[in-house]
Design a protein around this ligand. Structure first.
Ligand SMILES: *Cc1c(COP(=O)(O)O)cnc(C)c1O
Length: 647
């Protein structure tokens, strides 16, 4: 579901309205404080910095210094930078927020959250989260067999939960029981009724006491992209009659004490706090009724779905504190009314925990400028009247008449195209008309900037004339949601932020796919088709970042055009020097041969084929022997190189 760009703001970002450009202006134009949640700030020298403690006077990591160090280590771009301090901080945040509200509300249960690893399964990410969560007994959630295989090895803490969602086969259930045999709290959430019977059966055969969770299909629905995750027709969960039947069945065989957890998950990126209130209200009622029915439920699991503010606007109308407040207070109230003891609270927030910690840094290596042509347009004898006409109006554009001139120019351009097709105009004449048309368009845009009431047609022209900044990355590998579901991610330069960005641009990637671009950006006035960027300086690198790629983007990227995984660095703040950092780990991205191997190619035989072909040409005297050796080496070198552009 792509957004409709006619809705995207045609009123392009007016950086000219800033009389004086400051780093505060940069913060506003790119909405850094809003999407960055305090983790990002612009330094006086124009570099973007990371504030791991969200404290402007605390430690900071200058992103350009990280890039300098990566260059010294000969790491090529594009690259992923992970700020593990942010990851740790988000884990601590969610746990401390729940703890604080639970204490304030005098709620009797505890918070024992889990991280759903599907959001980012990178081993280093999961490791960091488990480590940062250890003081809070923060656990893991797995939704598939391979995820469970990972979770069993990663979460060895007997006091934290391992929660299993998703459809399961016998191996999956056996793995869960294996966890229980190791003394772990592994809870199998029943997504469909037959799973319950299968699990009970297996438990009886193996003599292991299972821990069972019941996922309900709530009537409460979210809005937006993931609205279908709840309601009667959702993919996962039990209907109310099935849940009731499940409890009664367990009771009838004396296993009601195995029913440990009640769960619902109404979708990701929930935009509206009212939906959250409704779901907790409904869920807590069901929970209490099930307890009264005899289920010995100990955990109330509210799933994930806490939204993050990708576009800086108010599309998510609540904070983490608001969310936690609603969960705790509504649950408490319902339990008190129903006279049911307070359960422990579980949440499965993934996006919230991981989105901010990683970003993709890439270099802009050029620009596509519309209608740039130096073709001479001077008058010629016997030239066609269309050429003469457009030349005439091109010399006569003023603040007053620019709208009329633009309409006339558009008409001449259309007529020219028809005349050319009929063979009336030659190629050179058409080229002249187009050259003049673009010259007029640029002048029209300059005049319209001073005009508060410029018509939509001309505002559209501004967007159409925007440059495309060619960036060394693949949207399909690094930002699939911008392509797949029209998600806006923050995109901005990470240096020169103390200079006014004078170019309006969209971003084009290096895949051979016209969809390989980003043309919807955040702005203070809502979505915009362009983002302000700086003029590219000859011989100078220009780095831009795609931010908030830590949730889903990292892991859902694909190998369109055989562009592989990116080089990656993991950065930590230096505790001894608050202005310094260190690169704790480097993970090299895919080489061409690695990507090709996953597609069943055999790089060794490919190299041999190329070598023998080159040798043949040498024998025939078509290639000099010395060059033949170099060419063979060159091909093999390329096979072993990074898949992206070298510079
Ligand atoms: C995907 C998923 C989550 C994580 O959702 P976020 O929106 O990333 O917080 C949690 N629980 C279940 C069952 C899920 O499928």
């Amino acid at each position: 579901m792509k957004p409709n760009y006619s809705q995207a703001n045609t009123r392009f970002q007016n950086v000219d309205s800033f009389k004086e450009w400051t780093t505060e202006a940069a913060d506003e134009v790119y909405q850094i404080s809003r999407w960055g949640e305090g983790y990002f700030a612009v330094h006086n020298n124009g570099d973007l910095c990371v504030l791991p403690n969200k404290d402007a006077n605390g430690p900071r990591i200058n992103m350009m210094e990280v890039i300098e160090e990566m260059k010294l280590k000969k790491l090529a771009f594009p690259a992923v930078i992970r700020f593990h301090d942010i990851l740790r901080s988000q884990v601590t945040n969610i746990n401390k927020t729940f703890r604080a509200v639970i204490e304030e509300a005098r709620f009797n249960g505890q918070y024992t959250g889990v991280y759903p690893i599907k959001v980012n399964q990178m081993r280093e990410v999961v490791d960091e989260i488990v480590d940062a969560g250890a003081p809070f007994n923060y656990g893991l959630e797995a939704g598939s067999k391979p995820e469970l295989i990972a979770a069993l090895a990663m979460n060895t803490n007997q006091n934290s939960l391992t929660i299993l969602n998703g459809y399961k086969d016998e191996d999956f259930l056996r793995l869960a029981l294996l966890g229980n045999q190791l003394g772990r709290k592994v809870i199998v959430v029943v997504e469909k009724y037959s799973e319950l019977l299968q699990l009970l059966d297996l438990a009886q055969k193996t003599g292991v006491e299972p821990m069972i969770g019941l996922r309900a299909k709530l009537a409460t629905k979210s809005t937006g992209k993931w609205a279908g995750s709840s309601g009667d027709y959702a993919k996962f969960g039990l209907t109310i009659p099935e849940i009731l039947q499940a409890v009664r069945h367990c009771k009838s065989i004396g296993k009601e004490h195995c029913l440990k957890l009640f769960h619902f998950h109404i979708g990701s990126q929930i935009p509206d706090i009212r939906t959250i209130k409704d779901s907790i209200t409904e869920g807590s009622r069901i929970f209490c009724k099930l307890v009264k029915e005899g289920a010995k439920l100990e955990y109330f699991d509210v799933g994930g779905g806490v939204g993050v503010n990708y576009d800086g606007t108010g599309s998510i109308n609540y904070s983490l504190k608001d969310y936690v407040g609603d969960v705790v207070y509504i649950l408490k109230q319902t339990c008190d009314l129903e006279d049911v003891p307070h359960p422990n609270i579980v949440s499965e927030s993934g996006r919230l925990v991981t989105a901010h910690h990683s970003c993709v840094i890439t270099n802009v290596f050029g620009a596509i400028e519309i209608g740039k042509s130096d073709l001479p347009t001077d008058k010629k004898m016997n030239e066609h009247v269309l050429v003469a006409n457009i030349r005439d109006i091109s010399g006569d554009i003023t603040e007053k008449n620019y709208k009329d001139v633009y309409s006339d120019a558009l008409k001449i351009k259309e007529d020219t195209e028809s005349a050319f097709k009929l063979g009336v105009l030659n190629l050179e004449e058409r080229a002249k008309v187009e050259t003049l048309f673009w010259k007029i368009s640029r002048a029209v845009i300059e005049h319209s900037k001073k005009d508060e009431y410029a018509p939509d047609e001309i505002l559209m022209l501004r967007n159409q004339m925007a440059q495309q900044y060619l960036s060394n990355f693949s949207v399909f590998q690094s930002a699939p949601d911008t392509w797949g579901i029209g998600q806006i991610l923050p995109v901005l330069p990470i240096h020169r932020l103390n200079q006014k960005p004078e170019v309006l641009a969209s971003i084009a990637d290096i895949t051979c796919d016209s969809d390989g671009k980003i043309d919807c950006f955040l702005s203070p006035d809502g979505p915009s088709q362009t983002v302000p960027m700086h003029k590219l300086n000859e011989g100078e690198d220009y780095y831009i970042g795609l931010f908030m790629t830590g949730a889903y983007q990292d892991i859902m990227g694909d190998m369109h055009n055989c562009f592989g995984r990116l080089n990656e660095v993991h950065v930590f703040c230096d505790d001894d020097d608050p202005t310094d950092f260190y690169i704790e780990e480097i993970i090299p991205g895919n080489r061409a041969d690695q990507v090709l191997k996953t597609l069943q190619y055999n790089p060794e035989t490919m190299a041999q084929t190329m070598k023998s072909n080159i040798d043949q040409q040498v024998k025939r005297g078509k290639i000099r022997p010395r060059d033949g050796v170099d060419l063979t080496d060159f091909y093999e070198d390329c096979l072993k190189s990074y898949t992206y552009l070298r510079k």
